[in-house]
Write a protein that binds this ligand. Structure first.
Ligand code: ATP
Ligand code: MG
Length: 184
């Protein structure tokens, strides 16, 4: 009788769909940790950032620039003003169009869609359609990492690896403000 380990033996070479979600800190930074790991293995990687939270370049963008890592930032700051929301929606759709060209391109080994859950939550993109598109079109060996809180069920079900960051404590709760090297 096959043991659990035997019956669950992984098949070689499957491009994983990875989701980092939850309210706690660490979704983007864990994705970038994997990106760096893959980059170190001479894999072709790229990042598409859907929502940029502050105007000045964050440490990871500056690092990527120095390392020559491909990085696209298509959000442009984010407020709840309706005009900004409309502009952000258009940019998010553009970012998805760009993401689609990377996800179908088998020369990319790992693609990060940072904060991609937001356009899904706001229904700028339909989660079911996105998942159906991925199912049909994703380069089979490519690893795809999606970050952001509130990942929709369709995506969670489709993904191979889902991690929910759970907040136990956060310095913001003590009134400690965002600090370079930690938050940006
Ligand atoms: P990181 O980029 O540090 O991995 P994240 O991707 O998990 O964080 P986001 O939802 O993208 O988190 O939030 C971005 C910023 O908000 C980060 O600077 C992070 O420290 C902060 N943050 C994350 N979780 C919380 C929380 N529960 N309370 C307050 N601030 C938070
Ligand atoms: Mg993040």
């Amino acid at each position: 009788m096959p043991g659990i380990l035997e019956s669950n033996r992984p098949c070689a070479g499957k491009g994983l769909v990875i989701v980092n979600t939850g309210y706690g800190k660490g979704k983007t930074t864990a994705a970038l940790g994997l990106l760096l790991r893959a980059w170190g293995q001479n894999m072709r990687v790229c990042v598409i950032q859907f929502i940029k939270e502050n105007g000045s370049a964050s440490g990871e963008v500056l690092a990527a620039r120095q390392l020559g890592i491909e990085w696209h930032t298509l959000g442009d700051g984010f407020t709840w003003e309706s005009q900004d929301l409309m502009r952000t929606e258009i940019r998010a759709r553009d970012a998805w169009a760009l993401a689609q060209t990377k996800i179908t391109d088998s020369t990319y080994d790992l693609v990060v869609l940072d904060e991609f859950t937001y356009p899904l939550q706001f229904r700028w993109l339909d989660a079911k359609e996105v998942v159906a598109w991925l199912q049909e079109n994703k380069a089979p060996l490519q690893h795809l990492i999606i970050t952001g809180w509130g990942a929709p069920d369709e995506l969670v079900q489709f993904a191979d690896l889902v991690t929910e960051m759970q907040k136990v404590k956060h310095p913001f709760d003590q009134g400690i403000q965002a600090q370079p090297g930690i938050e940006f």
